[in-house]
Design a binder for this molecule. Structure first.
Ligand code: URA
Length: 245
């Protein structure tokens, strides 16, 4: 892996900033100053920035589950000075980034990590990692025909939605599991069948559930949980049913 990419994965800086650190002569590999950001490293070398070891990328990767409250934005930094999900996790020296986005008014499970590779795999549309939401909707009980539309695909202005898992939990409460993540997708789907969302909470991301993590709270995931997340993108979707002969 390129040295600049390795530093970015280790949470030291963005790729661009890591290239600048290297060009400024501030990075050593096994004690030798390296000026080439494309220098190939295996992650086993002793790498230091300004003389401080960054360790191996493996040892420093962290993933946190955060229960995002409403009104907190899920970008790493907000240009309007609003509180971000990153502010909810006390600084431990790593530079954390949210894995995907939730609307400011959505609550629930969001992951933060300094592992760019994992974040990419969990959010890339190709991997279709399922995310589950509980939506409180207006308009009372949802007709079976509306549930069917939500499951089979709803026509939105950016195209038809993919098949989704949808259950009515009670009058005006739906659980939806989506394998895609378009902007305000759950809100737009529910509005399209005549039941606008009044509250939305994400309760699961891949194999990980929000559980009883209190609103505004966070916890670092165990190595086993990170491993299960890492495998989530590889889990095959159920094959389509063979047509009857
Ligand atoms: N769908 C939405 O409409 N909003 C979210 O925040 C996440 C999914």
């Amino acid at each position: 892996m390129r040295l600049a990419k390795h530093l970015a994965h280790a949470g030291v800086a963005s790729r661009r900033a890591a290239e600048a650190l290297i060009a400024q002569g501030r990075v050593t590999v096994d004690g030798e100053r390296v000026l080439d950001p494309a220098r190939d490293v295996r992650g086993e070398e002793a790498i230091a920035v300004d003389g401080r070891s960054v360790g191996t990328a493996e040892g420093r990767r962290v993933v946190y589950a955060v229960h995002k409250p409403a009104g907190v934005v899920s970008t790493a930094r907000d240009t309007h000075g609003r509180r971000t999900v990153v502010d909810l996790v006390p600084a431990g020296g790593e530079r954390l980034y949210p894995v995907g986005r939730l609307d400011a008014d959505t609550t629930g499970l969001i992951l933060l990590t300094n592992d760019g590779d994992l974040a990419n795999r969990l959010t890339h549309p190709r991997y279709e990692v399922p995310k589950t939401y509980v939506a409180t909707v207006t308009g009372g009980r949802i007709a079976p025909s509306s549930l069917r539309r939500l499951r089979d695909g709803v026509e939105l202005d950016d195209g038809r939605t993919s098949p989704a898992g949808v259950r009515q939990l009670g009058p005006g409460e739906l659980e939806l599991t989506l394998r895609e993540g378009r902007k305000r997708q759950v809100r737009r789907m529910c509005a399209a069948v005549g039941h606008p969302v009044s509250a939305l909470r994400r309760v699961a991301f891949g194999p990980l559930r929000l559980g009883d993590l209190p609103e505004g709270g966070h916890r670092r995931l165990s190595a086993a949980e990170v491993e299960r997340l890492r495998k989530a993108p590889a889990e095959p979707r159920e094959p389509p049913r063979a047509p009857r002969a």
